[in-house]
Design a protein around this ligand. Structure first.
Ligand SMILES: Cc1cc2nc3c(=O)[nH]c(=O)nc-3n(C[C@H](O)[C@H](O)[C@H](O)COP(=O)(O)O)c2cc1C
Length: 392
């Protein structure tokens, strides 16, 4: 299911001089390297892509307010999250279909986060089974969690299916493999209107559902028919607080995180429902177009949830300063979706490591130059909306 084009002599000549130094530099590479259907599938949001664009552009409206003379010689980017101390507050969002970017697919993500002590959320819609993803992290040389019951660097992203047996089988398998938490995507009772999938039926290949091809997945035989659109038609569109979130709570002891919370009201309901984390996300603008950018809703969610349960966040993060701004506005842990796929397309394992290294370094430098030495000290005091500077 490779999404890559056969390299032409022109491309190889261009590639020989390609020297990226930040995430956005990778975009022209992916545009040239991937088949159009795959590139558009990764790049685009739903419909006109307004939310997708705003997710990225909104960071320009926030200014960092630097403070000086604060001895920034010792920067600590570690962050404690679900009982584990991670090297930095930057992780990899769940993305399906990763083999379109690299033949080893999601395995590369698992190895990278285990090596770098960061977090990865393995999707339900992977091209490698969740068992193989977990084995890959455990297999990293000297990995301290090679044999422990659970793997702190791996979370499992769950889509809830109409058939509860299908959902339960996934939950049990993820538990057995040692995933840290169950991240339930709640913004996808149906797939958003993604025009590439509609315009180019069949061009993306069908093998996006490795989790349904294992010996443990008998009840899910339906799953591997029809690629993205086919499988998502089996998602539960009756998804609700009572019969689904309560039910999930009753079948697993793992922490439950809800991915796709975009309002203070739902954050409040999530806390009432007893979940263990909130994940502010609009699915990279791929579900309902014209909803707000994630950074725009973060303050209202932080007002309700900050300090009560952990707040995860993704959407449009491309630079260390974006991470800094999200942390300042209330996120506890920030994730990247597309940038990880760009890195993987460009240079496999080294590519994704490089993406994380860039972001970690950019965050570290933002902390130095803004005058703060630890993640917990990055607060609202360090940011202002641009409009505040024009109240003359
Ligand atoms: C190609 C692609 C596949 C995705 N697959 C999933 C998925 O399987 N499950 C899910 O919850 N979110 C999925 N997402 C959404 C991401 O988890 C994440 O919310 C989003 O990409 C973050 O925005 P960013 O790409 O601007 O960083 C996907 C996003 C992309 C681009």
């Amino acid at each position: 299911m490779s999404g890559k084009l056969q390299p032409t002599p022109e491309f190889l000549e261009w590639e020989a001089n390609f020297m990226p130094v930040c995430v956005n530099d990778l975009i022209p590479y992916c545009e040239r390297r991937l088949k159009p259907a795959f590139w558009e599938h990764i790049r685009d949001g739903a419909m006109d892509g307004e939310t997708n664009r705003n997710n990225v552009d909104v960071y320009k409206k926030i200014r960092i307010r630097p403070r000086v003379l604060r001895d920034v010689s010792n920067i600590d980017t570690t962050v404690k999250f679900f009982g584990h101390t991670f090297a930095s507050p930057i992780g990899l969002s769940p993305t399906g279909s990763v083999q379109m970017c690299h033949p080893e697919g999601e395995k590369v993500f698992a190895r990278t986060v285990a090596k770098m002590n960061q977090a990865y959320m393995c999707s339900t819609a992977t091209t490698v089974s969740l068992e193989d993803v977990a084995a890959e992290a455990r297999g990293v040389p000297d990995y301290p969690f090679a044999k422990t019951a659970h793997i702190p660097n791996l979370f499992f992203q769950l889509y809830v299916f109409g058939d509860k047996k299908v959902t339960e089988a996934l939950v049990k398998r993820a538990e057995r493999e040692g995933y840290t938490a169950m991240v339930v995507t709640v913004d996808t009772p149906r797939l958003g209107r993604r025009l590439t999938l509609i315009r180019r039926p069949g061009e993306l290949g069908k093998r996006v559902w490795a989790n349904f091809e294992t010996k443990d997945s008998d009840p899910t035989k339906f799953a591997n028919k029809g690629g993205n659109l086919g499988l998502s038609s089996n998602f539960s569109d009756t998804l609700n607080w009572d019969s689904d979130i309560k039910w999930l709570r009753s079948i697993t002891k793992l922490p439950i995180v809800l991915k796709g919370i975009m309002s203070g009201e739902d954050a409040e309901l999530a806390i009432k429902a007893g979940v263990d984390g909130i994940y502010v996300s609009n699915h990279g603008g791929r579900q309902l177009d014209t909803i707000p950018a994630t950074l725009e809703v973060l303050p209202e969610i932080a007002r309700v949830a900050k300090g009560k349960i952990p707040i995860m966040f993704d959407g449009g993060v491309r630079k260390g300063t974006d991470v800094f701004k999200a942390l300042a506005l209330g996120a506890d842990y920030v994730f990247i979706g597309r940038p990880a796929l760009y890195g993987l397309t460009w240079n496999g394992e080294e590519g994704i490591e490089q993406v994380l290294n860039w972001l970690n370094e950019e965050l570290r430098l933002a902390m130095v130059l803004a005058g703060t030495t630890s993640i917990k000290d990055i607060s609202k005091a360090f940011v202002r909306h641009e409009s505040e500077y024009w109240k003359l």
